[in-house]
Design a protein around this ligand. Structure first.
Ligand code: NAD
Length: 491
């Protein structure tokens, strides 16, 4: 069976999802946003904007569902079972989810089936298994006392997700929050809401009590702000830009203190030493900047290479970049993604122009591709220093800069970004140097002789510096959805 589909025949979910049912967009919403398909630029739908009143309704529904369902107080294995059934349903419904996602986002349908959807289902199972295995602790005290550290869910988690991997990002938030016994009010990106709406519906079909997952559609300033400032939201979990992350911290500080996890932007380096396996390094670097057309938080967008192999690495990267072919996200054969929007591709072009004006040489690419929609050619820039806009800014596109070094310390100094510290890569055959690099690189994740996550969901992800606070994935993400209570009893 082919996965390719006609984008004009997809019947999209309509409205918000609150209390286990669809709330029509004509209810208490304000305005609306016109959505365009990234693959061909066609306008295809409007995304409603939930007002503060509708967010209020979602938060109230979540609290009531928590209370009525006993989700947090029942035997934890019951939560595990429901989440496993949900993951199974996500796999069964993969073709439908893939159509909703491929239509509006940058994710090609084939990659969704093989990657995003399969991974999301598995991550939900991974978090489900924590529910009856991770608990509190008994503290060492004197015999006359009993000291315990109990864990309990926060209550209602407010989650906000970006457009670059819409389903995965929703899974990263919903899986651990629900497994830990919370309810969730989630706002997906206004550009890519459909897969999230549909998997929330599947959760209820899998037996999750209605009202524990509520999806409100809307933008950042209205709906997002209504979530982060809401007194009934007990914890905020956000993934998106550093700019929005700082706005959210400010809102939380002004509207009442609550715990917050922030997974933010990056400008990650890939350091290549002369002793590295050059072909394998080029494969990893090219894959990281070409995957989703560089629209990944961890995209390794800055190559820092030992001068003696710079020419050879440049040639190897160009060969890989030349092979790329644009294609509609609804075509099974497509491997290379469009850019999410006209605004985003314009922003990339203006950073590129500023970079060239400051002396950058464009070895390959440098502009849009000949295809409808918003496709940008893979681009490699040399002749840049640490002040060049293409080196400083998170571009979030298929644009790679290349800088050279001659000494190890110089490599680490160039790799260090003043603002971001999300991920870093190092390529070398020298184990001692690799270990020095892992200590010196200022990043929440360091990959050695690779540049990608594995399907080991136990490995957390999160940034240093202004790339964020806290972690997604791993035990850390589960624990971040719990609060700790100290109990001391005189016996
Ligand atoms: P964005 O910050 O513009 O939007 C992300 C989400 O936040 C959207 O749902 C948006 O509506 C909402 N939002 C925006 N402003 C808000 C505000 N003031 N209050 C509340 N909500 C608000 O980001 P984007 O363009 O959707 O995504 C790209 C960014 O996300 C990049 O910077 C990328 O690095 C980052 N990202 C980080 C990770 C990570 O794990 N660190 C993962 C994916 C994406």
């Amino acid at each position: 069976m082919t996965l390719s589909f006609d984008p004009n025949t997809v019947d999209l979910p309509k409205g918000h999802f609150i209390g286990g049912r669809t709330i029509s967009a004509s209810g208490p919403t304000s305005g609306g946003l016109t959505l365009h398909r990234p693959s061909d630029g066609e306008a295809f739908a409007d995304c409603p904007i939930a007002s503060a009143d509708l967010v209020d309704q979602a938060v109230e529904t979540a609290h009531k569902a928590l209370k009525d369902s006993g989700w947090a107080s029942q035997r934890p294995r019951e939560r595990t079972k429901v989440l496993h059934r949900w993951a199974d349903l996500i796999e069964q419904e993969a073709p439908t989810i893939a159509r909703f996602e491929a239509l509006c986002s940058t994710r090609p349908v084939g990659q969704l089936i093989q990657g995003d959807i399969a991974i999301t289902a598995e991550q939900i199972r991974f978090f489900a298994e924590f529910a009856d295995k991770e608990g509190g602790d008994v503290a060492p005290t004197s015999d006359g006392e009993l000291g315990m550290i109990l864990t309990e869910p926060h209550g209602v988690v407010g989650a906000i997700t970006p457009w670059n991997f819409p389903l995965n990002m929703a899974g990263w938030k919903l899986g651990p929050a629900l497994a830990a016994g919370n309810a969730v009010v989630l706002k997906p990106s206004e550009m890519t809401p459909y897969s999230t709406l549909y998997v929330a519906e599947l959760a209820v079909r899998a037996g999750l009590p209605a009202g524990l997952v509520n999806i409100v559609l809307g933008d950042g300033p209205t709906t997002g702000q209504a979530i982060t400032s809401h007194p009934g939201i007990d914890k905020v979990s956000f993934t998106g830009s550093t700019r929005a992350g700082s706005d959210i911290m400010e809102t939380i500080a002004r509207s009442g203190i609550k715990p917050v996890t922030l997974e933010l932007g990056g400008k990650s380096p890939q350091v290549v030493f002369a002793d590295a396996n050059l072909e394998k390094a080029a494969d990893a670097i090219a894959a990281s900047i070409l995957s989703n057309a560089g629209q990944a938080c961890v995209a390794g967008s800055r190559v820092v290479v030992e001068a003696s192999i710079a020419e050879a690495l440049t040639a190897a990267l160009v060969t890989r970049m030349e092979r790329v072919k644009p294609g509609f996200t609804w075509d099974e054969a497509t491997q290379y993604s469009p850019i999410i929007s006209e605004t985003q591709i314009n922003r990339m072009e203006s950073i590129l122009a500023a970079s060239r004006a400051q002396g950058a040489d464009c070895v390959i690419g440098g502009g849009r591709m000949d295809h409808p929609g918003y496709f940008h050619a893979p681009t490699l820039l040399t002749g840049v220093d640490h002040t060049n806009p293409a080196v400083v800014e998170e571009i979030f596109g298929p644009i790679l800069t290349l800088q050279t070094f001659t000494e190890e310390e110089e490599a680490f100094a160039i790799a260090d970004h003043p603002v971001y510290g999300l991920a870093a890569g190092v390529f070398t055959r020298d184990l001692s140097r690799a270990m020095r690099a892992t200590r010196r690189l200022q990043a929440g994740t360091v990959w050695v002789n690779r540049y990608s996550r594995s399907r080991d969901h136990i490995l957390p992800t999160g940034g240093f510096k202004r790339s964020g606070i806290g972690k997604d994935l791993g035990r850390e993400a589960y624990e971040a959805n719990l609060r700790r209570k100290t109990v001391l009893i005189t016996l």
